[in-house]
Design a protein around this ligand. Structure first.
Ligand SMILES: Nc1ncnc2c1ncn2[C@@H]1O[C@H](COP(=O)(O)OP(=O)(O)OP(=O)(O)O)[C@@H](O)[C@H]1O
Ligand SMILES: [Mg+2]
Length: 269
């Protein structure tokens, strides 16, 4: 039985993935005049970006343009020099308990899977809900099994990460992030460390999440995914957002020479 069939077999109504409607009418994620340097290097230059609830934003751009850094500032893995980042209307605090709470609202999936190597798949997914959300063990395990079924790896729950393929591990990483019931999911090149045959199984999970209304910010070189799943594409170069538009606008009619040049390189592969 393939993983896909497993996901279908276990399909049943689950709790909604996307918590609470955004009644206030503000963007879910909003960056205003964000600036960031690494020493002399100006990596984020006057970044202004807002992402609405349910919107799927794909961030593309050449290597070193600041895509990862921008993602990392959104859950405060990196500090910013100036500007404001708001999650669901609330400015990101500098530190402390409030920061931990806001951070818990932002799920993040990286290129490397970052699973805890000495914990089972199930424990990987239940750890944060128990520790941070104070969920009881049984409740956390039920939720984890629901999410593992959703991403098609429920039968792997008792295994250790090293016993899973890269694609399976990355799907566990997605389930682990979802277990915190985040308001927004950030993906930083989640498929670029995978063998080619495993890329689609991860992208399929992301497409499904997008269809369910999850707010997503995805850095990716997967242009097929970008066309299919993105509501909006943002093109970054040299720490700036140079273009922002629908996939059709961006792919069919890029406005800047930088974007044209980027597309000509990436689409010939
Ligand atoms: N911790 C750091 N200290 C110093 N410089 C850094 C650090 N992290 C990133 N940089 C630099 O900041 C710039 C932006 O890096 P970033 O990783 O955000 O780019 P990127 O667009 O994600 O690139 P890629 O497509 O290669 O992942 C690069 O010049 C990088 O070398
Ligand atoms: Mg990067």
């Amino acid at each position: 039985m393939s993983d896909k069939n497993e996901a279908t077999k276990n399909a049943r109504p689950l709790a909604p993935l996307v918590p609470g409607a955004d009644e206030a009418g503000h963007p879910l994620v909003e960056l205003t005049h964000v600036e960031k340097h690494f020493g002399d290097l100006h990596v984020l230059k006057d970044i202004n970006l807002s992402v609405d609830k349910g919107e799927v934003l794909v961030v593309v751009g050449p290597s070193g343009s600041g895509k990862s850094t921008m993602c990392r500032t959104i859950n405060r893995l990196e500090t910013i020099d100036s500007g404001v980042i708001r999650i669901d209307g609330k400015p990101l605090p500098q530190e402390g308990k409030e920061l931990a709470q806001l951070r818990a609202e932002v799920g993040m999936v990286f290129q490397s899977f970052n699973l805890f190597a000495n914990k089972t798949i199930l424990q990987n997914v239940t750890l944060a809900p128990i520790k941070v959300r104070h969920m009881d063990k049984k409740e956390a395990e039920d939720l984890a099994m629901d999410l593992l079924a959703r991403v098609g790896v429920a039968s792997q729950a008792q295994k250790m990460p090293s016993q899973l393929s890269g694609g399976q591990q990355q799907r566990v990483a997605i389930a682990r992030a979802l277990a915190m019931r985040p308001k927004v999911m950030l993906f930083d090149e989640p498929t670029s460390a995978l063998d080619p045959e495993m890329v689609n199984e991860v992208l399929d999970v992301m497409v499904e999440l997008a269809h369910e209304g999850m707010t997503m910010i995805c850095v990716t070189h997967e242009m097929g995914f970008a066309r299919k799943a993105a509501d909006r594409i943002v093109f970054m170069a040299d720490g700036q957002i140079l273009e922002s538009g629908t996939p059709d606008e961006f792919f069919d009619n890029p406005k800047t020479d930088r974007a044209k040049d980027f597309l000509s390189k990436i689409l010939t592969h």
